[in-house]
Design a binder for this molecule. Structure first.
Ligand SMILES: CC(C)(COP(=O)(O)OP(=O)(O)OC[C@H]1O[C@@H](n2cnc3c(N)ncnc32)[C@H](O)[C@@H]1OP(=O)(O)O)[C@@H](O)C(=O)NCCC(=O)NCCS
Length: 176
């Protein structure tokens, strides 16, 4: 249980196989949101979501992924994960986070990142660095990543094409 600075109480927990529908509703909300900050641009369906979730749970069991969901009012409103890369990149993992509009800007993202990274450090032996890519206009995410210890290492020009417009991405790394 985490209490945000405005008093909102949410639960951070690992995913279960019964979460597919709630996770699908959660992720599909980003599809219609202008400048959502996420890559997804097409709604998913329950079959694809079940498959996706099954795979993630398998990775969690194998200690290749850690994932925490945010539950609020019986619904999933957030997700954060650290997924280990493979082979000669297995000392690195890739980071992702998303919160629904209704719970942003209350300190939940910061607490969620810190908890997820702590769990990754605890479970993933030999992990040396966590990296991410953030679209140029996403000032809130960049501010938060800097605050928790990610450092910008590169910029990928025209990484994202959104509504026929190109945007650069910043690549950031946290060394563990
Ligand atoms: C990005 C996101 C995870 C941030 O979570 P959040 O709960 O909204 O952020 P928080 O309230 O925890 O803010 C934590 C810190 O971020 C920074 N921050 C927040 N809003 C900011 C803004 N508008 N500009 C710059 N920095 C900002 C601040 O450092 C803030 O700390 P402070 O409140 O002590 O000043 C969340 O807004 C989100 O999911 N957005 C949509 C999806 C997305 O963009 N995902 C990331 C893709 S790379």
């Amino acid at each position: 249980m985490f209490t945000a600075r405005d008093g909102t109480k949410v639960v951070f927990r690992e995913p279960r196989s019964t979460d597919a529908r709630s996770l699908m509703d959660f992720i599909n909300e980003f599809v219609g949101e202008e400048k959502s900050g996420l890559l997804i641009d097409k709604k998913t369906n329950i079959r694809a979501e079940r498959r996706w979730l099954k795979q993630r749970i398998r990775e969690i069991k194998g200690k290749q992924t850690v994932m925490l969901l945010v539950e609020y009012d019986g619904r999933i409103v957030g997700n954060c994960d650290v997924k280990r890369r493979m082979w000669k990149e297995s000392h690195r993992a890739v980071f992702g986070i998303a919160l629904n509009k209704e719970v942003r800007g209350r300190g939940i993202g910061e607490a969620l990142i810190r908890k997820t990274i702590a769990l990754a450090k605890q479970r993933m032996r030999g992990l040396e660095a966590i990296d991410l890519a953030v679209i140029d206009y996403n000032k809130r995410a960049k501010g938060l990543y800097g605050k928790v210890g990610f450092v910008k290492v590169a910029r990928m020009p025209r990484a994202i094409k959104e509504e026929r417009q190109y945007f650069d991405e910043d690549w950031m790394v946290m060394r563990l």
